[in-house]
Write a protein that binds this ligand. Sequence first.
Ligand code: SF4
Length: 357
Amino acid sequence: MIKRRKSRQIAVGHVLIGGDAPISIQSMTTAFTHDVDATLTQIQALAQTGCDLVRVAVPEKEDAEALPEIAQRAPIPVIADVHFDYRFALLALDSGAACVRINPGNIGSSEKIAEIVRYAKIKKIPLRIGVNAGSLEKKFIKRDGRPTATGLVESAVAHVEFLESLGFFDFKISVKSSDVLMAVEAYRELSQRVDYPLHLGITEAGTISQGTVKSAVGIGILLFEGIGDTIRVSLTADPVKEVGVGWDILKTLGLRERGVVLVSCPSCGRCAHDFIDIVNEIEQDLQKFTDPLKVAVMGCEVNGPGEARDADIGIAFGDREGLLFRKGEKIKKVSRQEAKSALLAEIKRIQQANQGD
Ligand code: SF4
């Protein structure tokens, strides 16, 4: 059981972050924000996959002007992501967005940051202070020769102290780097220095395969140590994939439950050659189930049921047939063609029975 660090709690719309709130999952749209329909279509898809919060980029005035409609129609709280122009942050605070993310380092003067904070206080909207290795203030780069974990933390703490000096405490913080070990070190150090909720992420993590590994390692280490209150997996891919990976990280660590956990064997010389395709198809089909359930798909009848004994339901493939089993016990045999539909029907039956409990 992971013991979580004690943090303050903030509310981003109806989603609580920090304290004993569940670790929330965020993603970010990739459509132009001023294309309201495209952005809302992405947000709908993200929400259906289990995304708790969504961030949208606000690089131009027309994007800021699109925020009210997006925030009003989105099924989950919207976070406006503002760089450079503090006036867009002010517009965002007036738009119905549930949070505004700024990187104080690139907003500019302390007067501009103070103006954002003053208005956030009036509107009772939280901020995210997002410090990134890629945009760390020059004084830290000059001092250390490159971005470092210490530089990230000192930058974040200086911003925190400035916000506190303005009587503002309603914020969360991130200290991201694409260097996994630097990010881990920075979050560890920051978690010792402040009690604000922490938004975890490995920035510019890469494509689905590399980005998944980097995020799982970096975010996973921190969550395992009890650090982190909300997560965003960054992938060069459809953002829906980010949410799936985020859920898999939380489920693997036993921090949240949602939908099916798939157990499948790597296959070996005992199973038919189309097994990998079958498992991938079944994985797709399982996306629609949202209740927690452990499902096994195994490559042979000889070892499959025993190797996946703790699965709630499973199927093991033979040459011509599939063997359905529950908790390692055989239920029935079905033809290979019927195997997938028989498994899905059984899962549906279990979930309906559980809902009736
Ligand atoms: S379950 Fe069967 S097919 Fe799969 S790895 Fe084990 S022995 Fe091989």
